[in-house]
Design a protein around this ligand. Structure first.
Ligand code: NAD
Length: 420
C-alpha cells in the first residue's frame, strides 16, 4: 500500500467506525463536528546537521503534533519517528488516543506526533540533536498538565529521556512531562512490557471466555516483533500458547511446534532482524497472515489487514496490538465471517494505562513495584473488557462498535458538562 493510500485508509477507517457510533448514539451534526475537530495541529521544521556520504549536510525534517481533544484531561499520546508519517495519519491516531483514554477511564485526552525520519539513518548524537530541537519548538505546548508525550514506533525510553532533559532546561526538572522514560529517570516498572502484556492478557481472556479455546491447543501468529509484538509473544508463550509465527519488516518465520521467543530475541539482538533465523521456516508477511491458527495479533503498523487479504485469514480471534491494523473494508469482511476482533482502543490500551500510572507515580513521587503496576493494569483492562462485552451483548453489536460507543459518549458527556 502506498504512503498516500495508507494515510487515506487510516482516516477512512477511523471515520467509518466513528460515523457508526455517532449514528447509533443519535449525536447532532454540531456535536459530531466538535468531536471530530482537532483542538490544535502543528507542523514544525527541524533543521539538523547530519553526517552523510562522508560530509556534513543540513537536513530540514518535518515534525508534527496533533492535539485532538482534552475535555477529560491533558492531551496524551505517543511520538513516532518514521519516514512516512504525515498530518492525516497523526490526526487519526490522535483521535484514537482520545477514545482509548475514555474507554479505559483515565483522565487524559488524545494527541499524537512525531518526526518524518528513519531513526536508523541517524547516529545517536544526531537523533538526540533532532529530538531536542523538536522539543524546543514544542515546549510551549507540552507540559505536565497540558500535553504528555510517550514512546511509539521508532522511539524509546532514551528518546523520552532527551525530551525530559530539553524541556527541563527551560521549565525546571519536570519528571511527569513525558512517560515511557528509563527507570533511572522516573520511568515506571512494567511500562516497557505493558502494551504487549495487556494485549496478551485480553487475547487470553477472549480466547478462553468467548471461544472456549484451550491455550495448549492454540496456535498464535504475531505480525511485528517490536515492543508490542515481542512482549505479547513472551506473555502468550508464558501462558502456554504455541507462538507458531512471528515477523518483522524483513519477513516472517514459522514453526508448527512453536518458536522459542527468547531464541528469536537473541537472534534479533545479533542480526538486527528476523530474516535468516535458523531452525524455522522463512515466510513472507502476507503468508503469515494466512496461516491456519487460532489467534492472530497484528502488532506492526496501520492498515496491514485489507480487503485484499481479509477473506483469506484463518484465525478465529484477532487482537489488535497495533493501532488501526484493519481497514474498514477488511473489518466488515471479517465480521461477516464471524471472526472475533478485540479492537485497538481496548486491546493495546495497556500502554496508555501504564503511562498514566507512571505520571501518577511521578506526581506522587512514590514509585510502585512491577507486580502492583501489572496487577492494576490487568484489573483495569479486565474492567474495560467487561464494559465492552456487556454493551456488545445488550446492544447486539460487535466489540468495536460497543467500544467506540462507550468512549465517544464519555467524551461527549465531558464536553457538555464543562459547557461551551
Ligand atoms: P516498534 O517500532 O517497536 O515495532 C514495530 C515492529 O513492526 C518491528 O518489528 C518492525 O520491523 C515491524 N514492522 C514494520 N512494518 C512491518 C510490516 N509491514 N510487516 C511486518 N512487520 C512490520 O513499534 P511498537 O511500539 O511495537 O508499535 C507497534 C504498533 O503498536 C503501532 O501501531 C503502535 O502505534 C502501536 N502501539 C504501541 C504502543 C507502545 O506502547 N509501544 C502502545 C499502543 C499502541
Amino acid at each position: 500500500m502506498s504512503k498516500q493510500d495508507k494515510q487515506c485508509a487510516c482516516q477512512d477507517t477511523q471515520s467509518s467506525f466513528l460515523e457508526r457510533a455517532f449514528e447509533r448514539l443519535h449525536l447532532e451534526d454540531a456535536e459530531q463536528e466538535m468531536l471530530l475537530t482537532s483542538f490544535r495541529e502543528i507542523q514544525v521544521s527541524i533543521p539538523v546537521v547530519v553526517h552523510k556520504n562522508n560530509k556534513d549536510c543540513l537536513i530540514t525534517y518535518k515534525g508534527y503534533r496533533v492535539q485532538h481533544n482534552h475535555a477529560r484531561g491533558p492531551f496524551k499520546g505517543g511520538l513516532r519517528y518514521h519516514p512516512d508519517i504525515n498530518m492525516g495519519e497523526m490526526r487519526a491516531l490522535a483521535q484514537l488516543m482520545t477514545w482509548k483514554s475514555a474507554l479505559v477511564e483515565i483522565p487524559f485526552g488524545g494527541a499524537k506526533g512525531g518526526i518524518a525520519v528513519d531513526p536508523e539513518s541517524l547516529s545517536s548524537s544526531e537523533l538526540e540533536a533532532l529530538t531536542k530541537r523538536f522539543v524546543q519548538k514544542m515546549a510551549p505546548l507540552i507540559g505536565v498538565h497540558d500535553d504528555i508525550p510517550a514512546p511509539d514506533v521508532g522511539t524509546n525510553p532514551q528518546v523520552m529521556a532527551w525530551i525530559l532533559d530539553e524541556y527541563s532546561k527551560t521549565h525546571g526538572f519536570r519528571m511527569p512531562v513525558v512517560t515511557g522514560k528509563p527507570l533511572e529517570l522516573g520511568g515506571s516498572e512494567g511500562r516497557l512490557e505493558a502494551t504487549g502484556h495487556g494485549v496478551a492478557h485480553l487475547a487470553n481472556k477472549a480466547a478462553v471466555e468467548e471461544l472456549e479455546l484451550d491455550p495448549e491447543q492454540s496456535g498464535v501468529v504475531i505480525q511485528g516483533f517490536g515492543n508490542v509484538g515481542f512482549h505479547a509473544a513472551m506473555r502468550m508463550e508464558a501462558m502456554g500458547y504455541r507462538v507458531i509465527a512471528i515477523s518483522d519488516v524483513t519477513g516472517g518465520v514459522f514453526s508448527e511446534q512453536g518458536i522459542s521467543i527468547a531464541s528469536a530475541q537473541r537472534y534479533i539482538q545479533n542480526a538486527g532482524h528476523l530474516l535468516g533465523m535458523p531452525g524455522v521456516e522463512a515466510i513472507s508477511n502476507d503468508e503469515l497472515l494466512m496461516l491456519p491458527c487460532e489467534i492472530l495479533i497484528p502488532a506492526a503498523l496501520e492498515a496491514t489487514i485489507t480487503c485484499d487479504n481479509a477473506s483469506r485469514i484463518k484465525a478465529q480471534l484477532i487482537v489488535e496490538g497495533a493501532n488501526m491494523p484493519i481497514t474498514q473494508g477488511a473489518d466488515s469482511c471479517l465480521q461477516e465471517r464471524g471472526i472475533l476482533i478485540i479492537p485497538d482502543l481496548l486491546a493495546n490500551a495497556g500502554g496508555v494505562l501504564t503511562s498514566y500510572y507512571e505520571w501518577v507515580q511521578n506526581l506522587q513521587q512514590f514509585p510502585w513495584d512491577r507486580e502492583t503496576v501489572l496487577t492494576r493494569l490487568e484489573n483495569r483492562l479486565g474492567r474495560s473488557y467487561r464494559d465492552v462485552r456487556k454493551r456488545a451483548t445488550e446492544k447486539d453489536v460487535d466489540f468495536r462498535t460497543a467500544a467506540y460507543e462507550l468512549a465517544v459518549s464519555r467524551v461527549n458527556q465531558a464536553i457538555h458538562l464543562r459547557g461551551f
